[in-house]
Design a protein around this ligand. Structure first.
Ligand code: 5RP
Length: 235
């Protein structure tokens, strides 16, 4: 059963944190065998993806070309010996694998806790299969704020006023030179909110990912790894 919001927000105890790390690793290790020789693969960003990178580096794969969604993933991947290329160079990807901050019962996601949601959404769109890996505490009964935003520096005050309640996050600019902020209002209807955020001038991208972007979701918990189907059929 999905935790309620109060449980989801509470800081995990040390033993819960240790279980969460075990589950992140399990989800990542369940996804790693999907990568096969010769594939073009998108790599997400975050601590769950960090386990994926380790699992991929441990395999003897040939001619796999990767695209990274953030400088941090690019650096970690290169240090592990994975071949990182530009997205323009590879074009269509066979597969992309990424984490998530929240997963609702319909398969909507909130992403961007690591501020990489713009590049992550582009990579998800370019991938024939987009697979999400997550520990079970990311499953919620309903999405809730914050919804990460990437916004243009030009006119930022006016953009934030149009998005009230929203606030800038105290993090560096995105690799594409934009500000990172969070929308703090209610997320009652994710599709409607998604359309409104996308239609607000100054918003480069938001962290709501629709189910049709996702092929499937691997959720690891105490009972093992559950696979949920998304709305994107294999290309
Ligand atoms: C980064 C993301 C991450 O996938 C999301 O924040 C989950 O991170 P983690 O695996 O560290 O819990 O969207 O922009």
């Amino acid at each position: 059963m999905a935790p309620d919001r109060a449980t989801a927000r509470r800081k995990p105890t040390l033993s819960e944190q240790s279980a969460i790390e075990t589950h992140k690793r399990a989800a990542a290790e369940a996804a790693a065998p999907m990568v096969e020789d010769g594939m073009r693969v998108g790599l997400g960003t975050g601590s769950t993806v960090a386990y994926l990178l380790l699992a991929l580096a441990a395999r003897e794969l040939r001619d796999v070309r990767y695209v990274a969604t953030s400088p941090a993933t690019e650096q970690d991947a290169r240090e592990l010996g994975l071949a990182v290329h530009g997205l323009n160079e590879l074009g269509v990807l066979d597969l992309a694998i990424d984490g998530a901050d929240q997963i609702d019962p319909e398969g909507w996601l909130i992403k961007g806790g690591g501020a990489a949601h713009t590049r992550e959404k582009i990579v998800a769109r370019c991938a024939q299969r987009f697979v999400v890996i997550a520990s079970a505490e990311k499953v919620v009964s309903a999405l809730s704020a914050p919804v990460p935003l990437e916004i243009l520096r030009f006119g930022v005050q006016s953009t934030l006023e149009a998005l009230i309640p929203a606030q800038l996050r105290k993090v560096p600019l995105s690799p594409d030179g934009n500000l990172i902020a969070d929308y703090l209002g209610a997320v009652e209807d994710p599709r409607r909110l998604s359309a409104w955020l996308s239609g607000t001038p100054g918003v480069v991208e938001h962290g709501l990912f629709a189910p049709e972007l996702v092929s499937y979701i691997l959720i690891a918990g105490a009972g093992g790894v559950e696979r949920r189907e998304g709305g994107k059929s294999d290309g």
